[in-house]
Design a protein around this ligand. Structure first.
Ligand code: SF4
Ligand code: FES
Length: 482
């Protein structure tokens, strides 16, 4: 492995490593705009310039790679990089001045304020002054369909968004038009971004506030938001996301890229805008027994006295919930999995699973059998199983499976449904318990690739709404004898 020196600190890296990435491994963050680990490097912004010993001009660290070591001296120092020289500082200040020439000073009304790379780098590397005496170029903001709004005044022409639509989502809706100071990012005539199911990612990619989300625009200042690591429940990939919340309300989902996993940089719009499902509205649901509010003692007694019990766990919940739910089954063979949703594979490069059931593997590892609900129906109809406990989320079940589950619940002498919000199926059960949704609890899943992914509690659940493990603890409790 060749050795390089960065500010006189030696480190061994694989040949072909980008100098920018090598600097990061020793804790030196190189300012950059156009570079993105999942996109082709183009070196247009010139913000990442570094000095390399022996080279007459500064070099862009996002396109300069570490050369291989000579065969006769594999540990040789092949490159010496300097990131803190006066020449580098002068170049960064100059680039910042150019980038800000036409940029409006509208941070107080810009959605990007607080997470804007122009603000950050201007503060750290800018000169704090401008020699621009001319009138700045002006555009009106434009709608790029119903999801995205572009404010071209703020654009610094890094082309990240353009490369995303060409290289990742494939629609190529965005392009760069005109030349010189008239250069602008726009859509081809008549095209909007509405047909692009991954359009929301251009907002995350834009390092300044040029591309904004209509859904989030002018809603919240980002410094009021708290970010909690979570996962998307859309598919068995369990894409990592940030839940940005404030005042016990979720305001947006964002991708949460994992180091070395390019696939985690992007999420679909369906995943992105799913946050609204987890903000509760109306009165908190309460436990029910025979269609009326019921006490835990009465529900527990009805379940414990019913006879042999089976459980049906929908694979969209976490592993802790699955583990504790399984304890309610009279035997290990009476654990059934439900969930037959599939999702279209629209990004073949990044999406490798069409399974719409998030934690199928986690449930299977805990003894749940999927695709065997007919077997349970037979057992219930023959009277071999008297009680059925269902863990359910209506959003992830097909009409066919819902009908089958309904027959199972109706045939059982006693049925208990646990849901975040009452569904038609849940109301048909003898008893019903309100459970926390994934934003209101901490748990983990095992995704399609076998990766363990944790998610953390972001919201406080309403009073009386509890996690599955908390309910199961009460349901299996031995009643106190007088
Ligand atoms: S709109 Fe944003 S992402 Fe696109 S080129 Fe301009 S600054 Fe870059
Ligand atoms: S990040 Fe290297 S030139 Fe833009």
């Amino acid at each position: 492995m060749p050795t390089i020196k960065i500010n006189d600190v030696a480190l061994s890296v694989n040949p072909g490593t980008l100098v920018l990435d090598a600097c990061r491994t020793v804790g030196i963050d190189i300012p950059h705009y156009c570079y993105h680990p999942a996109l082709t490097p183009v070196a247009t912004c010139r913000m990442c310039l570094v000095e390399i010993k022996g080279q007459p001009k500064l070099a862009t660290s996002c396109t300069t790679t570490v050369p291989p070591a000579p065969k006769d001296n594999p540990d040789a120092v092949v490159m010496e990089v300097f990131t803190n020289t006066p020449a580098v500082a002068d170049a960064r200040a100059g680039v910042m001045e150019f980038l800000l020439i036409n940029h409006p000073l509208d941070c107080p009304i810009c959605d990007q304020a607080g997470e804007c790379k122009l603000q950050d780098y201007s503060y750290h590397y800018g000169s704090g002054d401008s020699r621009m005496g001319e009138v700045k170029r002006r555009y009106r903001y434009e709608d790029l369909g119903a999801k995205i709004v572009i404010d071209k005044n703020r654009c610094i022409h890094c082309t990240r968004c353009v490369r995303f639509t060409r290289e990742i989502s494939g629609g190529g809706e965005l392009t760069v038009a005109s030349r010189g100071s008239h250069l602008e990012v726009t859509t081809f005539t008549g095209k909007s971004m509405d047909q692009n199911p991954f359009a929301g990612n251009v907002v995350d990619l834009c390092p300044v506030g040029a591309l904004t989300s209509r859904d989030f625009r002018f809603r919240k200042r980002v410094w009021y938001l708290k970010s909690v690591p979570s996962i998307s429940r859309h598919s068995a990939l369990g894409n990592p996301i940030w839940i940005d919340h404030e005042g016990n309300r979720i305001h947006r989902f964002r991708p949460r890229p994992l180091v070395g996993k390019e696939t985690t940089h992007f999420i679909s719009d369906e995943e992105r805008y799913a946050y609204t499902r987890y903000n509760r509205t109306g009165l908190a649901p309460v436990a029910q027994l025979n269609g009326a509010p019921g006490s835990m003692d009465a529900i527990r007694e009805a379940l414990q006295s019913a006879g042999p019990a089976a459980v049906i766990g929908q694979g969209t919940f976490g592993c802790d919930a699955a583990q504790r739910l399984g304890e309610l089954a009279t035997s290990a063979e009476l654990r059934y999995g439900s969930g037959d949703r599939t999702v279209a594979v629209v990004l073949p490069k990044y999406q490798t699973s069409s399974d719409g059931i998030l934690n199928r593997r986690g449930f299977e590892e805990r003894g749940f059998r999927f695709g065997d609900l007919e077997d349970l129906l037979g057992k219930v109809e023959r009277g071999e199983v008297k009680a059925v406990v269902l863990l359910h989320d209506a959003a992830f079940t097909s009409a066919g499976e819902t009908a089958l589950l309904s027959r199972i619940l109706k045939a059982a002498a006693f049925s208990l449904a646990m849901e975040c919000e009452p569904s038609g199926l849940g109301r048909a059960a003898t008893a019903w318990l309100p459970i926390t949704n994934c934003a209101e609890e901490s748990d983990f899943i095992v995704n399609h690739d076998g990766d363990l992914r944790r998610y953390q509690k972001a919201l406080q659940p309403p009073k009386g709404v509890r996690t599955v493990p908390a309910w199961v603890k009460d349901l299996v409790a031995v009643p106190a004898t007088v």
